[in-house]
Design a protein around this ligand. Structure first.
Ligand code: FAD
Length: 453
């Protein structure tokens, strides 16, 4: 239902997580919202070509889960009813930190709903499809964003259906949730406007993923496991999570030349040589159900749209089109959902203005900065620990590293610090929440002990 109309028609490019979250925000303020997706969208929770990452382990962090539930009130209920596996944080998830051991199993009172990426997306899409003014057009690829000759005002898109028929759609607002942001960059370049600077962290990450039936005698001490690599000496990581259908999705990762094998013996051997045997022991006698899927992720890329001083009216990139996070930290879907929620708040706040779309993109870039910067910094520092990682190290890199190490040690000892750290890492609170006096004091204590060791 349109709460207060800002325009007649909005178009969203891409029906993945960012596109769906944005479409929900737009539906309150545009008479029609059209979501254009180049893929045919499956009726079942199965991977599709436009999101090849969907074959790999995806964790929806509680911060993203909350944002999606704010946007779609039945999201969490429907995800729970669709067979996702609720794990109590952080009691049921064994986080293995090299050099420190597993973080203590403590119950913080919130759940992680574990599901395959296709199920998370399907449940989100089903919510969006209930919006009466939203039209989903699968099998429809956007060829270009149209604009006035100087490129400063977007007028719509040209798209093409599966039969090759082209059509021009007018739009007051085009949201680019295409993942790579190619339509936005093409418009900026073709009209001679500045493109955003990019911050690139070359992580050269490789995933290999498969699934197993959860054996009847599976450990009851934990529901999921993350075995982190012993950086910077070694880069092997192992991640095991339950999903719908009584399955474990197991992703092995490696960096900078280290690639987990995609055949049975090599995969098991790689799992056996992780920092601990937890993942290997779990799957050693489990029945493998799927083949092996690989994914190469060369670099995290943050496009600094927030640094531009002008941007075409009627255009807004969102989600991965702004920032592609290193997937091992599980932040991308959640950041996209939080950006969708922010867009909704922004549109609500602007709806009564004489010209609500004037300056919308620049306001969005500025207000969404903390939603990107927080997770980016949390992943960039540990990524840059590997000397071969490409990217600029901040001037205070060494002290930030020390701080992170001390914070982890404090979290091991102190349940309140552990809880706060989990809230920040799971995007429930901003990193500034860690600046509490009591936390600072414990971190300082750990730093002094580390210096003495
Ligand atoms: C290996 C891997 C593992 C990951 N694991 C996690 C995880 O554990 N947790 C997490 O939160 N995130 C994870 N992510 C990130 C997550 O997948 C994305 O951040 C999330 O999907 C949001 O992306 P998006 O919607 O912006 O773009 P995408 O998911 O890339 O979707 C873009 C959509 O746009 C469509 N499209 C593209 N171009 C056009 C066009 N011209 N016309 C029409 N449609 C178009 C595509 O088909 C696609 O549907 C992972 C990513 C990778 C690569």
């Amino acid at each position: 239902m349109v709460v207060r109309a800002i325009g007649k028609q909005a178009v969203v490019i891409g029906a993945s997580m960012a596109g769906l979250a944005a479409a929900r925000a737009l539906a309150d303020h545009f008479e029609r919202v059209i979501v254009l997706e180049r893929d045919r969208l499956p009726e079942q929770a199965v991977p599709r070509a436009g999101t090849p990452q969907s074959r790999h382990l995806h964790v929806l962090l509680p911060g993203g889960q909350r944002a999606l539930t704010d946007l779609f009130p039945h999201f969490e209920r429907d995800l729970a009813n669709a067979g996702s596996v609720p794990l109590r944080m952080s009691r049921d998830v064994r986080m293995e930190i090299p050099g420190l051991g597993p973080l203590p199993s403590r119950d913080f009172g919130w759940f992680l709903y574990c599901a395959s990426r296709p199920l998370i997306e399907l449940i989100t899409r089903r919510q969006a499809e209930r919006l009466t003014n939203l039209t989903m057009r699968p099998g429809c690829r956007v060829l270009e964003i149209t604009a006035t000759p100087d490129g400063t005002m977007v007028t719509g898109v040209i798209c093409e259906d599966a039969e090759g028929r082209q059509e021009t759609l007018a739009a007051d607002l085009v949201v680019d949730a295409s993942g790579r942001g190619a339509p936005t960059l093409a418009l900026l370049r073709s009209s001679g406007q500045p493109v955003p600077d990019e911050i690139v962290i070359g992580v050269d990450l490789h995933y290999t993923t498969t699934t197993f039936a959860i054996p009847q005698d599976a450990s009851t001490d934990w529901g999921g496991v993350a075995t982190h690599p012993h950086a910077p000496e070694r880069s092997r990581g192992g991640y095991l999570m339950p999903v719908e259908g009584n399955r474990w999705v197991v992703t092995l990762s490696g960096r900078l030349g280290e690639q987990p094998p995609a055949e049975p013996d090599g995969f098991m051997d790689y799992a056996r040589r992780l920092e601990t045997q937890t993942v290997y022991n779990a799957i050693a006698h489990a029945e493998r159900q799927g083949g092996f899927e690989r994914y190469a992720f060369p670099a995290s890329v943050w496009r600094r749209f927030d640094r531009l001083s002008a941007f075409p009216r009627g255009l807004l990139p969102i989600g991965d089109s702004i920032c592609r996070f290193n997937p091992v930290y599980g932040q991308g879907m959640s950041a996209a959902a939080q950006e969708g929620r922010l867009l909704r708040q922004l549109l609500q706040g602007r709806a009564t203005k004489a010209d609500p779309l004037a300056g919308l993109a620049l306001a969005f870039f500025s207000e969404s900065l903390p939603l990107v910067e927080g997770p980016w910094n949390m992943s960039a520092i540990p990524d840059l620990v590997y000397p071969e990682t490409r990217g600029e190290r901040p001037a205070d890199f060494e002290s930030r590293l020390q701080y992170n190490g001390a914070l982890l040690r404090a979290a091991m000892r102190d349940p309140a610090v552990h809880r706060l750290l989990a809230e920040v890492q799971q995007l429930l609170k901003p990193p500034s929440a860690l600046q509490e006096r009591a936390v600072e004091r414990l971190v300082q204590l750990e730093l002094s002990q580390m210096a003495a060791e």
